[in-house]
Ligand binder design. Structure first.
Ligand code: SF4
Length: 354
């Protein structure tokens, strides 16, 4: 074993985060090397010890779709490459129906409602109000919408929204038509409106330079220092969506590589006071054995999928997410209000029978 790497691991185990140069060394590891295995194992132990071997389950509903003018080159809705030609918006009733379906077991930590870059503000406000009234109070409600301002976020908060997923993505302004400053302004607006802000290192592709990944990991840490953001973060791989410039498996990182990056994020965040939740997307078992403890079920439209409904195609449903956690050895599910459910064989069987 490389002594420098074992030193970085030992310090993380003592609660000391690696420096930028050390993160670059970790990112350069062969993901099948003994050093990478040790990093993943240490991150797994750190997170499970911190949370009491717990996990958190999210759901996302994509509620509208159209050829999106932001034209992000990795997205299935990008105007210049998409196979979607119509503007299709789910009725409020349909969104509520899907939200109830997602939350009927009562053990979902949080639910995202996702729109394209531009969206109808009145419609989205109505959706937030209706969904908040329909789902259990222990499930948090988050937006995943285009750039907006503090006044609109305040209205969403008053309607029952708990937080906003908003990210300055890798390649923002170069691979997308949105200036990075615009994303930052929206994140600041969400924070100013009193919403929790979720950040994530995404989208990570095979060609993404390690510098870009390391920079985002430290930006996320800085955002937590500045804002005390939502108590979790994550890493997300870029899918090779057909029709985009990234079509083909050679453009994707493997689950092993994503698991290593997720484990490195755990090290980077090890000094943060909260941060129990480390999201992994796409969900995979190796990442759940490497420090990841939060994954997402999906329905409706999905920017990483060309199917009209990602449920049953690319997206996992709630029982599949619960099962993946159970098989990865997690023994407690935590809900959005902090209450805990033991993930016992009896609980799993009861849920299957629902
Ligand atoms: S990622 Fe979002 S903003 Fe970018 S093209 Fe897709 S839907 Fe639009």
């Amino acid at each position: 074993m490389d002594q420098k790497i074992t030193g970085i691991i030992a310090r993380a185990q003592e609660g000391k985060a690696p420096a930028y140069e050390e993160v670059m060394e970790l990112l350069a590891l062969d993901e099948a090397s003994p050093e990478a295995t040790a990093v993943r194992g240490a991150a797994n132990d750190l997170v499970r010890a911190k949370t009491g071997n717990a996990c958190a389950m999210w759901g996302q509903i994509g509620i509208d779709v159209y050829p999106c003018e932001a034209d992000c080159q990795f997205c299935s809705f990008a105007k210049s490459t998409t196979c979607f030609t119509e503007h299709v918006t789910m009725s409020v009733e349909e969104v509520v129906k899907r939200a109830k379906e997602f939350t009927k077991g009562g053990d979902l930590y949080g639910l995202w409602l996702m729109c394209m870059n531009s969206y109808d503000e009145d419609y989205f406000l109505e959706v937030v109000k209706a969904v908040r009234a329909a789902i259990p109070p222990q499930t948090m409600l988050f937006s995943n919408i285009g750039d907006t301002d503090v006044e609109y976020f305040e209205k969403l908060k008053a309607a029952g929204l708990d937080g906003a997923y908003h990210v300055k993505r890798i390649g923002e302004g170069e691979l997308t038509k949105i200036a990075p400053e615009r994303r930052e302004a929206t994140i600041a607006a969400a924070h100013e409106a009193g919403l929790q802000v979720q950040d994530c290192c995404e989208p990570i592709g095979a060609e993404t330079p390690n510098e870009a990944i390391a920079t985002r990991l430290f930006e996320i840490k800085q955002r937590d220092d500045d804002y005390g953001v939502y108590n979790g973060s994550g890493v997300m791989k870029r899918n090779s969506v057909p029709g985009t410039r990234y079509e083909g498996l050679q453009n994707e990182i493997t689950d092993m590589r994503l698991a290593l990056i997720g484990a490195i994020q755990v090290f980077v965040m090890v000094e943060q006071s909260k941060m129990p939740w480390f999201a992994i997307h796409e969900p995979n078992s190796v990442s759940l054995l490497s420090g990841g403890n939060s994954i997402c079920a999906e329905t409706g439209f999905n920017p990483r999928d060309t199917a009209e409904d990602t449920a049953g195609n690319h997206g996992l449903d709630v029982p599949a997410v619960r099962q993946m956690f159970y098989q990865a050895g997690f023994r407690t599910l935590v809900r959005g209000d902090g209450t805990r459910i033991e993930l016992t064989p009896e609980y799993m069987e009861a849920k299957l029978a629902e």
